[in-house]
Design a binder for this molecule. Structure first.
Ligand SMILES: [Zn+2]
Length: 345
């Protein structure tokens, strides 16, 4: 049997082709026909809301570090509106029978136990919790609707903490940790059974979450600082903490976070992804590394192209010496373990 794939992060719900997720399109990276073609039975579907201002120009400091300024803060009311719209798209697809929204591990298992891929399974994720009020009342609504994964911050400050600005040539130690509301959010997520995602969080915030011991530490889409020193990647100390907690890191496919020279070049190969998977597997164990493409949110290797090309990555892992059991762990079994550990159902 072809190895099924669970991918830890995509932005398809807010991509331009969001209206064609069921029918398929040649835009972006993810839709259900291309998931089927690539063996991607499920993934974490992010609700991401853009800032009003998001400067992209990099400036090189006297220390040689390339820095992009913060995106502007996202006001709560604007975030509530945008997040409800994006999540509504997924619920409409569920109502139409096109997708299963995973509310418990049985939904995941139904999708991954079958001999052939059936209805794709989606985990609803909030990437940045601006749509949640600091008193967390809205968190109850989102949970009741089906939210099962949440990143307290995107790459900007909010009421809960601060994400990393995009820096190249420096690591994730970029600012202060969680606010008191951020600590309450993490603890309440743990009680409800909503996975807390550490992607985009700065290093101080990462250690604040770790100290609360809410569950296995999970970073859905990042790479290793040791191979490419960017603020969006993880230091060896962070990787070790992920191992010690039983968690995982989903390796991102964004070429400029993986390339040691940070090039935004789609001609960079699939081997770049394999290099980071190999590094993390060798350092903390193959049971703590998985996939977190960031499809529809970034530039991925052209050779991979889209979700339809995921089989090429699994083949490259085999070439790199990962045996079948290891490939299955990376492709989906590690994600299953941490989702099961976090979720209540
Ligand atoms: Zn992201």
């Amino acid at each position: 049997m072809e190895i099924p794939i669970f991918d830890g992060h995509n932005d398809a719900l807010t991509a331009e082709h969001h209206g064609q997720l069921a029918s398929g399109s040649d835009q972006g990276h993810v839709d259900f026909p291309r998931m089927r073609a690539g063996g991607m039975r499920g993934g974490i579907f992010a609700v991401f809301s853009e800032s009003a201002r998001n400067p992209v120009r990099l400036r090189r400091g006297e220390d040689g570090v390339l820095r992009r300024p913060f995106a502007s803060p996202l006001p709560h009311a604007r975030a509530v509106d945008a997040a409800a719209t994006a999540a509504g798209r997924l619920f409409a697809l569920e109502r139409a029978g096109e997708v299963t929204i995973a509310r418990g591990i049985a939904d995941f298992d139904d999708a991954f136990a079958a001999p052939e891929m059936g209805t794709p399974v989606a985990v609803l994720h909030l990437e940045g919790a601006e749509a949640i009020d600091p008193e967390l009342a809205a968190l109850e609504l989102w949970y009741a609707a089906g939210l099962r994964s949440l990143g307290p911050v995107w790459s900007r400050p909010n009421a809960f903490g601060s994400g990393v600005p995009f820096w190249f040539g420096a690591g994730p130690d970029t600012g202060p940790g969680l606010t008191p509301a951020g600590r309450r959010l993490v603890s309440r997520c743990a009680e409800l059974g909503v996975l807390v995602d550490l992607a985009h969080l700065n290093e101080a915030g990462f250690w604040d979450v770790a100290a609360l011991e809410p569950g296995p530490l999970v970073c859905s889409h990042a790479g290793a600082c040791e191979l490419a020193l960017t603020s969006r990647n993880l230091t060896d100390a962070q990787l070790d903490a992920i191992r010690d907690s039983g968690g995982l890191v989903g390796i991102v496919f964004a070429v400029y976070f993986l390339d040691p020279r940070f090039r935004v070049d789609p001609e960079l190969g699939i081997s770049l992804i394999v290099d980071h998977i190999r590094y993390v597997a060798d350092r903390i164990g193959v049971e703590h590394v998985a996939l977190g493409s960031d499809f529809d949110g970034t530039t991925v290797p052209a050779a991979l192209g889209s979700a339809a090309g995921l089989g090429l990555l699994i083949a490259a892992l085999a070439q790199a010496g990962f045996d079948r059991g290891e490939r299955e762990a990376i492709a989906w079994r590690n994600w299953r373990r941490v989702l099961d550990a976090w979720w209540r159902d």
